[in-house]
Design a protein around this ligand. Structure first.
Ligand SMILES: CC(C)(COP(=O)(O)OP(=O)(O)OC[C@H]1O[C@@H](n2cnc3c(N)ncnc32)[C@H](O)[C@@H]1OP(=O)(O)O)[C@@H](O)C(=O)NCCC(=O)NCCS
Length: 182
């Protein structure tokens, strides 16, 4: 589906467009970024990426955004995958590809903005994500937004020549309501 424009405190999310494929590809092929991602950028080409973006615009199970700073800089991507209308749940993912913008609260702002959209607009009941044990920054960011560790899938992902555990974190609508009414 084409994602709506969403505004956070420090970021603006705009629907991921084919014109952003080049940045997307460059970041996903950057080892310092991709070491935290489940997606493997090695086989990805610009044409494949453009095709993915084009197809995702009509795929009802996906919503993809490009992340912009409030001064208009394109710094990364975020998206909901596997949006499931029967079980009212989705899987969320993010990367800030421009490393100059790490650790400034932008990831937290993105997740708060997307969570609000998930629970208030899409009326989902649950959002989940996977994070690697070697990504404490990501884990901390998600905890700040109310996501809780639900378990660990042992050796779930083959990456850089080894199997890596995947920590599963999630938040339910009930927990989200408690969080925002605090
Ligand atoms: C993960 C990511 C989205 C987080 O966004 P961000 O804007 O950098 O994170 P934030 O500044 O909002 O929050 C990070 C928190 O982690 C903390 N943190 C940073 N490094 C840390 C570390 N090594 N150990 C523990 N906490 C750490 C920060 O201090 C901050 O917490 P605080 O606000 O309580 O001080 C972003 O860094 C990113 O895209 N990284 C590369 C790709 C990636 O990891 N994607 C996610 C895959 S699951």
């Amino acid at each position: 589906m084409k994602a709506p424009i969403l505004k956070g405190e420090k970021i603006i999310l705009k629907p991921l467009a084919i014109s952003q494929a080049e940045n997307f590809l460059r970041w996903i092929k950057d080892d310092e970024v991709s070491r935290f991602l489940i997606i493997d950028g090695r086989g990805l080409t610009l044409n494949k990426e453009k095709e993915y973006i084009k197809n995702s615009l009509t795929d009802k199970s996906k919503l993809n955004w490009a992340i912009f700073t409030d001064s208009g800089e394109h710094i990364g991507s975020t998206g909901l995958h596997d949006i499931n209308r029967k079980n009212l749940k989705a899987v969320w993912g993010i990367f800030i590809g421009d490393k100059n913008y790490w650790n400034q609260g932008l990831g937290t702002d993105v997740l708060k903005t997307v969570s609000k959209h998930c629970f208030k607009k899409l009326k989902l009941n649950r959002v989940e994500l996977g994070v690697f044990p070697h990504n404490p920054r990501g884990k901390r960011c998600y905890e700040k937004c109310g996501f809780k560790v639900e378990g660990v899938k042992k050796q779930a992902i083959w990456k850089n020549g080894r199997f890596i555990d995947e920590i599963i974190m999630g938040i339910t609508k009930d927990d989200y309501k408690k969080l925002i009414n605090k």
